[in-house]
Design a protein around this ligand. Structure first.
Ligand SMILES: Nc1nc2c(ncn2[C@@H]2O[C@H](COP(=O)(O)OP(=O)(O)O)[C@@H](O)[C@H]2O)c(=O)[nH]1
Ligand SMILES: [Mg+2]
Length: 422
């Protein structure tokens, strides 16, 4: 994992800088506003410090498309000085110009370890509640151990093991699958120093989880080509409600021209439900009964920026119904469509596995989880993300349209998974 800090005038500027350097898959770990106090107010401007990280694996992946990226990366670590006319040097120069333009200060590179330690402070604050709880438990465990061994000094690595045990049990309580708990802990175990404090261990796991959750994949108005957005998933999970929430959000905040289509004609009430929302939002709704009609509807809705398509909840076990969904998706070329699989966070893990695997056979998708208000355990979200490799996107936490929806917040979720107050 590579972790670095970026400072910009705004959160967006700092984030953009991080993405320029670490790539599009960089994940934001922490955001801190620097508001100058006292005299500094007069000669220093407000700035935002963003801590971003990326897995080396991801960097290597993106290096494939950008042949000199790896060299640049190395150069930035101070291992290799790029030849003056190399692509890497040019990229480096371009980056400097960008930094100047945005009046941003790119922090000097430091070793990953040092960065991680600096990081700890911010995370420590955020996780302070959890930390107190864990510290107490560790003390209790240590006392018990000491009593047993009567006075013998404990090895530090045992302490680390105790920390990991506690973190493991927190994650287990939040229903993270043991396979993924072990995977995450294994990945950070090597990087934990023997004398690491609980802060170090905790922040290591926290960062790993944030990375695993990844960047949410959102509906992108600027990706003009991908304008047909399908919502698929079992009945009653909240597809229609989610569409209403998103349509409203997109229309109000992005001023996008949104249209709705529904192919859920199996229940009259389902059509009425979406019609009501469409009327309130003042957006057109087309009801289609077949793939043929779908194509016609799309032709009529050409001038809209985004077309959100509701589908009937189908049984993922039924082959014919799966073919139906496939047929509907096929009315749009793959590069013009976006598919969201909607599932409820309250569904039991085994069913989530079956549902997601079954839809994987039909299409690629991003994940939306609903009904977070009805469960405390968010482990399933991480489980399915790790199982399918599909991006997380939005989560919803109530029946209110349009308020109860938002993008997946990796930092908040990681804290929740570790048992901290989110
Ligand atoms: N508590 C809660 N209820 C939700 C949420 N999203 C949807 N619902 C409710 O779940 C029920 C089914 O929603 P609907 O959109 O009709 O599901 P669909 O069959 O997948 O289209 C409705 O009563 C919704 O109000 C959520 O995030 N939290
Ligand atoms: Mg519905």
């Amino acid at each position: 994992m590579i972790i670095k800090k970026y400072i910009g005038k705004t959160e967006e500027a700092a984030t953009e800088l991080a993405r320029q350097e670490l790539g599009r898959d960089a994940v934001i770990m922490n955001i801190k506003k620097n508001i100058p106090k006292g005299l500094a107010k007069f000669f220093r401007k407000e700035s935002v410090e963003v801590t971003a990280a990326v897995d080396e694996l991801v960097l290597e992946e993106s290096a494939k498309d950008m042949p000199d990226f790896a060299k640049l990366q190395e150069a930035m670590r101070g291992d290799v000085a790029p030849a003056p006319d190399s692509k890497a040097a040019k990229a480096e120069a371009a980056k400097r110009v960008l930094a100047e333009k945005n009046q941003v200060i790119l922090e000097e590179k430091e070793s990953v370890k040092e960065e991680t330690e600096a990081q700890t402070n911010a995370i420590e604050q955020k996780l302070s509640d959890l930390q107190k709880l864990l510290e107490k438990q560790v003390q209790a465990a240590e006392t018990a151990e000491k009593e047993k061994k009567s006075g013998k000094k404990k090895k530090i690595s045992d302490k680390n093991k105790a920390y990991l045990r506690l973190i493991r049990s927190q994650m287990k309580n939040n229903e993270v699958d043991e396979i993924y708990i072990e995977q995450i802990l294994e990945e950070i175990e090597d990087s934990i120093k023997n004398d690491a404090s609980l802060d170090n261990v905790l922040s290591g796991v926290y960062q790993k989880i944030v990375l695993k959750i990844g960047r949410p994949h959102l509906i992108d108005l600027h990706a003009k080509k991908k304008k047909y957005i399908f919502f698929i998933g079992p009945t009653g999970v909240g597809k229609t409600t989610t569409i209403a929430k998103l349509a409203s959000m997109l229309k109000l905040s992005s001023k996008a021209k949104v249209a709705l289509v529904t192919s859920d004609t199996y229940r009259i009430a389902a059509v009425e439900q979406l019609k009501t929302y469409a009327n309130i939002l003042g957006v057109p709704l087309r009801v289609v009964y077949s793939a043929g009609e779908m194509t016609e509807a799309f032709e009529d809705l050409k001038k809209y920026d985004l077309v959100l398509i509701d589908t009937a909840g189908r049984s993922h076990n039924n082959k014919e119904q799966k073919e139906d969904i496939h047929g509907l998706l096929e009315t749009v070329p793959e590069e013009e469509r976006e598919v969201f699989l909607v599932m409820s966070a309250t569904t039991k893990y085994r069913d989530l596995v079956r549902i997601s695997q079954s839809y994987s056979e039909i299409t690629k998708y991003s994940l939306i989880f609903t009904k977070l208000d009805e469960t405390d355990a968010v482990g399933n979200i991480l489980n399915i993300r790790m199982l399918t490799g599909a991006s997380l996107s939005y989560v919803s936490w109530g029946q209110n349209v349009p308020d109860d929806i938002g993008k997946v917040d990796a930092q908040k979720m990681a804290k929740q998974l570790l048992g901290g107050n989110s």
